[in-house]
Design a protein around this ligand. Sequence first.
Ligand code: FAD
Length: 471
Amino acid sequence: MTRLSASGRGSVNVIGAGQCGTLLSIMLARQGFSVDLYERYEDPRVYDAEAGRSINLALAARGINALKQAGIFELVEPLLVPMRGRVVHQLDGSTEFLAYGQAEHEQIYSVTRLGLNKVLLDCAESIDAIRMHFKQAAIGYDAPDRTVHMQNLDDDSLYQVEATPLFAADGAGSIIRRSFDGSDTFGGIETLLRHGYKELWIPPAPDGSFQMRSDALHIWPRGGFMLIALPNPGGDFTLTLFLANEGAQSFASLDTADAIHRFFDEHFPDAAELIPSLPQILMNNPLGVLGTIRCRHWHDQGNVLLIGDSAHAIVPFHGQGMNLAFEDVVLLEQIISRHGDDWPNVFARFESEQLANANAIADMALDNYIEMRDTVRDPKFALRKELAFLLEQRLPDVFIPRYSMVMFHADITYLMAQQRGEIQRALLEEFTADADSIEGVDVDAAEQAARDRLEPIDDIRVNRSSGVSAA
Ligand SMILES: Cc1cc2nc3c(=O)[nH]c(=O)nc-3n(C[C@H](O)[C@H](O)[C@H](O)COP(=O)(O)OP(=O)(O)OC[C@H]3O[C@@H](n4cnc5c(N)ncnc54)[C@H](O)[C@@H]3O)c2cc1C
């Protein structure tokens, strides 16, 4: 029987208390629904499965917009470390700072995954209409019966949960999505990269200060692979090594302490000096998988909606997976505000608006891997960036660099950023083709070309306000 919430709206079930599922539950409760949120792991506020590891994420405009709409950005703000640009570490130890944007506010923020999840869970817990159930795993979805088979991991007992409807926020390996494998319902395709990742760590200096510049994301681009570092509030950095899984230069070949020392001394000597117990940590840390999930559909009529990574996991090179998942929640809230609990209609509208955006950022994230590990070393990269910034200064209503559209403009869709980005890329390549420095570029002609080829930014903005007061 459908349980009614205080506002008279029905009850819904959410699988997965990650970033997406928890923010979604908060939003659904605000919309008057009674929410049961199921998570397979223990409550991370009580027991942290990743204790001792400081995994961090870049939070940008879309994610910030969602947290503001939910009224919880103020609680997240103290956890944030601003990053204004990239510090590129060359092989000879020299470094170059490349700003992400031009305006003061054009920065992204490093935040620990656990810290952010704790704020979201605290907020969900404070809402009467949300019941959180930890150590409860979904083990399969039965489409004809519209039920999820669940297992209580405390006593192994089995029970069922109805799709009234069901929101599957159970991440990239979604058991709900995979229960539909072999049918045409979602048509999900999982494409794995042949590169994986491992995390490392640079501690604070003895006096607690950062050992590298703290207001930047650090990159050591080395062609086929790269190392990156994001600052944490405690003065430390979390590093991620992205490298092929197999082959001559690969995680498989880094199988002894000697091999690891040789590899780091050759490619990342300045970073190697700062990483304690490098070989032990690299060998002991798990190898993460990277991949893209694309679906043709995200909903099973009005019964199930895939959301967040379960619908559209992307590779992390644009730092947008979580930002996209949070954007999903804002968009869904807008649609529910207008169309209520007419779920088949709500889910169809959500898919029709967001699926192309998810595909666009999936592509741009793959592009960015090449840019971060390779193109960023090309002198033309800096020149094109300089020209792009100049055009933005001259034509703020027409030209915004693609990176900025994705990271700093929640009111420009990913699809629009990709489409305009393509036109802009051609323009920047054309006008820098024969130049070695900005003096050699005909900036006036480039400006005129931008005016001719791009429609005004105001014509393409979308409303990404949920329309619900955050109070
Ligand atoms: C190396 C790396 C770096 C990244 N960096 C960034 C970044 O800088 N910026 C950014 O925006 N994004 C980044 N991302 C992507 C981001 O982590 C994800 O997009 C985001 O966490 C997705 O949130 P989610 O809630 O959809 O999924 P998840 O965070 O995966 O949460 C899913 C939840 O469901 C639970 N669950 C799973 N299966 C079941 C089950 N059967 N039953 C019950 N519960 C279940 C899980 O335990 C988990 O709590 C990065 C990803 C990686 C791998």
